[in-house]
Design a protein around this ligand. Structure first.
Ligand code: IPE
Ligand code: IPE
Ligand code: MG
Length: 238
């Protein structure tokens, strides 16, 4: 089987899963967070090198305050336990997104966790928090502009694709090979727009808290049976 090097997941359907069980949406988020740990372990065992999950979007701030608060509290707890998980699974953890808008204690926990886990060389686990692809591209372009002003990049240089990629939050990480979205929605919702230029997409009706290691294997099998082209013809691709 052809194992994708980088899998990105849009974790969707926590609320609908909870509702189907007669429970509040926040219960769905709690169980969804637990599932992230399980899927990280499975991904590492399958030989996937990079896993990037969409946990909170720049648009998710517009949800009711109590739901946002509950998600942030879950995140606080998750970041606390994640050191032990990183150690156990030989996992490097990185956060992508605009961290500056997160609460200061959360920013501190992220910095600590990233530093603590930076030399683990099993799975690289990226969490997208306060992440929006358009915001990421905007920040990258502004960073390039300020480097031009300060002379780090010679003024008047043309902006290249490589320059943009190198200023994204995902700099140095290969583009996703496979993107999975759970819970039946078939859109990107502002996730990794630049990086998914040639990514294969896989959609499933299963809600995120119910997404198992076997579901991940199924997605990888479907991916493995596909022929990727990158703009070439079917004859050119072997
Ligand atoms: C995904 O589940 C988690 C986040 C976006 C934070 P949702 O909360 O979007 O669940 P549904 O889509 O409303 O069921
Ligand atoms: C996308 O899910 C964001 C995350 C999974 C964090 P949403 O549930 O917020 O997206 P829409 O609103 O259905 O597009
Ligand atoms: Mg949703």
């Amino acid at each position: 089987m052809n194992i994708p090097e980088h899998v990105a997941i849009i974790l969707d359907g926590n609320g609908r899963w909870a509702k189907s069980k007669g429970m509040p949406r926040t219960y769905g988020h709690t169980m969804g967070a637990k599932n992230v740990e399980k899927i990280c372990r499975c991904a590492g065992e399958m030989g996937i090198k990079y896993l990037t999950v969409y946990a909170f979007s720049t648009e998710n701030w517009s949800r009711p305050g109590d739901e946002v608060g509950a998600i942030m509290d879950l995140l606080r707890n998750y970041l606390k336990t994640c050191k032990a998980t990183a150690e156990k699974n030989n996992m490097r953890v990185r956060v992508i997104g605009d961290k500056s808008a997160l609460a200061e204690d959360i920013q501190r926990s992220i910095a600590e966790l990233e530093e603590f886990s930076k030399d683990y060389d099993g799975l690289t686990f990226q969490i997208a928090l306060n992440y929006g692809s358009r915001d990421e591209i905007k920040r990258a372009v502004n960073a390039i502009l300020s480097e031009m002003k300060s002379g780090v990049i010679p003024e008047g240089s043309e902006i290249t694709e490589e320059m943009i990629s190198a200023h994204l939050d995902t700099a140095g990480i290969p583009d996703p090979d496979l993107l999975i979205r759970t819970s039946g929605e078939e859109r990107l919702s502002n996730y990794l727009l630049w990086q998914c230029a040639y990514t294969e997409f896989y959609f499933t009706d299963v809600h995120w808290p119910a997404f198992t290691g076997d579901e991940l294997k199924k997605a990888v099998e479907v991916y493995s049976s596909r022929q990727r082209r990158f703009g070439k013809t079917g004859e050119q691709v072997s």
